[in-house]
Ligand binder design. Structure first.
Ligand code: PMP
Length: 384
């Protein structure tokens, strides 16, 4: 007797629901390699360092020296000299006392929120905070809530309600989808008044804001014992991995309690070496971040919008289907832009995400924005 195919039925039902809701996602191959001739305004390689010969050579050398894997978790035999060097370099870059490297930015966010909470703690998240911070809050198994995006008054009220508990507040410095910056000074001062710890995810700030050193440092908050920074190595630093940049006592605590650090294989040495080379380039060439700003200014001028705080320009679209069609249309013309739609957008608005990479020439930016504008206008006409 054959049993009912419970799993098959369930998966079919889930697929039908996704298609009805228009939330089906695709992991289509849109790139063939570094020389595929496409104009890339979609990736997070903001400084073009993933393609930089110095970064590629550092990864190659590490492969020769260490092999392909750290081969163990950091607390067994997976801590290598390149991890330590990278941690010091990241701390120096961002002006934080210490660094601790994780295998991804996602794991860094999971580690920091789960390890710093526990009994008696609560978490408050900006309503637009990245999914990894939301997942981290859930995994922390402590009460958590969101406050209105970039609103220090709302945060103040939420903290007042939680007087007496140890509260961790988590925000991004530059938001990944909307591209706007957090009012970090105001948020830090509210946190300070209530004794809360502020975790700032600089995934889109490091390498781009503050001449590459991040928004926390630019605003003079680096080294503040109540501010913890998280970062990814997979965007402006052109590699893979994540980091927490924090006072030494917090680093020690994470080494002892952050499960996404302890029970995870150490960052691949080639990735660590690539990120280390990238950090050195960012330090030596602050003009790279300036080129991102100049390209961001040209893109916002082309769209008639306010200049984005970092590299990301968000272009709202009428609906999800139109956004997907516009992305595919642009891809057919050789231009890559990001397509974000529910459920990956915090405000439910589908949009194109256009990134101002440092290694695009002014002529390339002009050509790409001309094509993007034409496709967006066509989409809007069809809707009208
Ligand atoms: N935080 C933010 C704000 C991000 O945008 C991302 C990547 N999309 C992450 C964390 C996760 O970083 P990683 O890709 O290194 O896991």
């Amino acid at each position: 007797m054959s049993s009912r195919d419970v799993w098959g039925e369930w998966l079919t039902e889930r697929g039908e629901l996704r298609r009805q809701r228009g939330t089906e996602r695709f992991d289509a191959i849109l790139r063939q390699g570094r020389d595929d001739g496409l104009l890339d305004l979609a990736s997070n390689d903001y400084l073009g360092l993933a393609q930089d010969e110095r970064v590629v050579a550092a990864a190659r050398e590490a492969l020769g020296h260490y092999g392909t894997s750290a081969s163990a978790s950091r607390l067994v035999t997976g801590t290598l000299p390149v991890h330590r060097e990278l941690e010091s370099a990241l701390a120096r870059l961002t002006g934080q006392p210490t660094g601790l490297v994780f295998s991804t930015g996602y794991a860094a966010n999971l580690g920091v929120l789960t390890a710093l909470t526990g009994r008696g703690a609560q978490i408050l998240l900006d309503a637009h905070a990245h999914a990894s911070l939301h997942d981290a809050a859930r995994m922390s198994r402590v009460p958590y809530a969101t406050f209105a995006h970039n609103d220090p008054v709302a945060l103040d009220a939420a903290l007042a309600e939680r007087a007496g508990s140890r509260v961790v507040v988590a925000v991004e410095s530059i938001y990944s989808v909307l591209g706007d910056a957090a009012p970090l000074l105001e948020l830090a001062s509210v946190c300070d008044r209530h004794g809360a710890l502020l975790v700032v995810d600089e995934a889109h700030g490091v390498g781009v804001a503050g001449a590459g050193r991040g928004l926390v440092r630019e605003l003079g908050l680096a080294g503040d014992p109540r501010v913890v920074v998280t970062a990814t190595l997979s965007k402006a630093l052109g590699s893979q991995g994540g980091a927490v940049l924090a006072p030494a006592a917090i680093r020690d605590h994470l080494v002892n309690t952050a499960r996404s650090f302890i029970f995870d294989t150490g960052l691949a040495p080639a990735s660590a070496a690539a990120a280390l080379a990238a950090v050195r380039i960012v330090e030596a060439e602050p003009g790279l971040a300036g080129r991102v700003r100049a390209n961001a200014a040209a893109i916002s001028a082309a769209f008639g919008t306010e200049q984005a705080a970092g590299a990301v320009q968000s272009v709202p679209m009428p609906d999800a289907d139109t956004a997907v069609a516009a992305c595919l249309d642009l891809r057919a013309q050789g231009v890559l832009v990001g397509c974000f739609r529910p459920p990956s957008v915090p405000d439910g608005v589908s949009r194109l995400r256009v990134t101002a990479r440092a290694d695009l020439s002014p002529a390339e930016v002009q050509e790409a924005t001309r094509q993007i504008r034409a496709v967006v206008h066509r989409a809007q006409d069809v809707i009208a």
